[in-house]
Design a protein around this ligand. Structure first.
Ligand SMILES: [Zn+2]
Length: 265
């Protein structure tokens, strides 16, 4: 179950199953509660979308205050629609600059993992037994590259996570109601198992509706996660521009919302 919660001016979505664990702070932030204006209104955290730098910095500071993230502990990524994963474990230093990757995993309390999205899927992972967290970004390229499956593999290989201990949350993303794709996208996805269930043909030729949340869910199930341990927010970012930024609906001129996950200290 998901619910909206407000901390200060920031309204965000949380999964009750994750909150109930008691050792994780997590939020799928809406666009509400920041200082940006125009197409970036209000809580834009994208630094390469045309918004004013000082507004983005202020928004990140507001998020830090709201979720008690210490200065320098919010780790953002230079997301490139790839499938590389950065693991920060033991005593490895926290990256000072946003690393080029689309997934991060850590067992370090106080290190906040941030994913910036505007239609793509933010994925959260929590190993409730070993107390390890992961955050990833998976749009259609991420699905094609097996990003969700690679996150599960990395948890198993680096932290000996067991499938039954891993909770996964699929955050707000563009839904199959609004995400029309063309033949090149379909070609990239068609080799994935059960592609026929997340690609729905449109009446017009060479057009399909893509269900990104389902594509990611199927990948997690295929890797052995339990159905009841995969939660999906179900909000469409394009339908709900009052709540979220949508790259597609905003025709490219829009902000990015922050999705943040942290082990409490
Ligand atoms: Zn929609």
């Amino acid at each position: 179950m998901f619910r909206f919660v407000k901390r200060g001016a920031i309204e965000y979505l949380e999964a009750e199953e994750i909150s109930a664990l008691g050792f994780v702070t997590h939020a799928f932030c809406t666009r509400q509660g920041g200082v940006s204006e125009g197409p970036f209104s209000d809580l834009n955290v994208g630094d390469r979308v045309g918004d004013r730098e000082e507004d983005v910095r202020r928004n990140l500071a507001l998020v830090g205050e709201a979720f008690s993230i210490r200065e320098g502990r919010l780790m953002l990524m230079r997301q490139i629609h790839g499938n590389s994963i950065r693991v920060i474990d033991g005593d490895s230093p926290l990256p000072r600059e946003a690393p080029e990757c689309d997934g991060m995993i850590t067992d370090r309390p106080g290190a906040a993992l941030g994913i910036r999205t505007a239609d793509c899927v933010p994925l959260f992972f929590v190993d409730r037994a070993r107390r390890v967290i992961g955050a990833a970004h998976a749009g259609w390229r991420g699905v094609a590259l097996g990003m969700a499956a690679r996150m599960v593999d990395a948890l198993r290989e680096r932290f000996s996570s067991r499938n039954e201990d891993i909770l996964a949350v699929i955050g707000p993303a563009i839904g199959p109601c609004c995400y029309e794709v063309d033949a090149p996208v379909v070609a990239a996805l068609s080799s994935r198992r059960e592609a026929g269930s997340f690609l729905i043909p449109c009446p017009e030729k060479d057009r399909w509706m893509l269900d990104l949340a389902l594509a990611n869910r199927l990948q997690l199930l295929e890797r052995g996660l339990r159905e009841e341990n995969i939660m999906s927010a179900g909000f469409c970012t394009a339908c709900r521009q009052d709540l979220f930024f949508s790259h597609r609906a905003g025709r490219g001129r829009t902000g990015r919302q922050l999705n943040v996950l942290m082990l409490r200290t």
